[in-house]
Design a protein around this ligand. Sequence first.
Ligand SMILES: [Zn+2]
Length: 194
Amino acid sequence: MNNGMNENLQIRTYKKSGHIEVIAGSMFSGKTEELIRRIRRAQIAKQRVKVFKPKIDDRYSETSIVSHSEQSFPSEMVESASEIPDKCFDYEVIGIDEAQFFGKELVDICQMLADSGKRVIVAGLDQDYKAKPFEPMPQLLAIAEYITKTLAVCVVCGAPANRTQRVSAENERVLVGGKDHYEARCRLHHTIVE
Ligand SMILES: [Zn+2]
């Protein structure tokens, strides 16, 4: 009898390893669009998908994530990252948009979800408008298996841009979104407004 061996084989066959994918970049770099593309492909592959976004982001839709190019996918809005795990039992692929608006607790939650065998796809701004790393993205980038840096186009010179220029007088770090307050800029044309 070698039941032990059969058990190991079963574990190997049935327990799937999860992982974390991070999509990071400036505003207007297509992060949400890329997240939606991956989630749609998973859905086509008949995987059960679920997408979350933080409550702070209600610029276009309360029930969907929406890219600047107006693609959308249904999502659930949560007040904090701690609400996410309980809502994930029935899903294999978890999408999280606007990760920079969740606190550092999102890092442990992504680890936990990936440890339990799920594919976790997280999109977020990697720098604030002062070009400072935007937590918890640095920590997420460190623990992720796969990283995609998306680049926008500098509105001044057309070069690839990974920075977000604030062009309004607001100085909130988490000023939510609109095209009116921010522009994508390259390193050369980005200036820090205090
Ligand atoms: Zn430029």
